[in-house]
Design a binder for this molecule. Sequence first.
Ligand code: SAH
Length: 263
Amino acid sequence: MLRAIRYSMTERICTIRRSSVALRLLIVLLACIFFAGNLPAVWLPPAIAAERPLDSQLKRRKMVASQLKSRGISNPLVLRAMATVPRHLFVSSHLRQLAYIDGPLPIGHGQTISQPYIVAYMTEILHIKQQDKVLEIGTGSGYQAAVLAELTERVYTMEIVPELADTAAERLKEMGCGSVNVRQGDGYHGWPKAAPFDAIMVTAAAEFIPPPLLKQLKEGGRMIIPVGSPFNVQHLMMVEKKEGKITTRSLMLVRFVPFRRSQ
Ligand code: SAH
């Protein structure tokens, strides 16, 4: 019973925010969990005790204060998204205790889930509005897509590694983020059928900005993409399309996993 309550509370992030019925249910569940959480530790098997949602909620709050607000992330919607999405459920179980550290973590297949600050920074700088259609290239674990889904229901995400795409799609669905569209494929070509996009976020470092992505960016749209050599530091670039013209500027130096191409 306890496990069931905790499971539903931590997993179904994207629906909780949108349904008032779910909100009422959540209050009841919170009360149950609050009292359960205050039972003596001997009541809980260690495996369950180690993953208490209130523990992870606390870790997220600390992460928001010490890693994000302190470095200038200030958009309340972004801060709320970062405080809501259970990052520990996007990494494998042996790394869960490290999920809220100030750095990236491996997610298998030589890929990583980005540092929380980078996720928040890239999300904030796109100025996403509720009706915006957003494309992410590099789904990875699905964490960034879940953060974006807290801001808009129109999220499209592409992943080149089939196993990562499948796992992320399943995970997002289980969490109630079924509105996120996940597709396996080479993001170089973008998602022409869903284009144009108000915002595009690329989470792997490309040697140059893929022209199809520029084409699929809406007039007035913004794209954020790390550009540079895969074995060196890269420039996190802000790309904007205004009156048909493209402008680019470097925001900071970063290090991302390489943007790959299908054969
Ligand atoms: N945003 C992810 C982490 C990104 S790691 C998260 O929140 O977990 C970068 C991801 O980009 C990797 O999973 C990698 O496989 C993927 N990738 C690299 N090149 C790609 C391409 N051409 N198209 C789609 N995905 C790509």
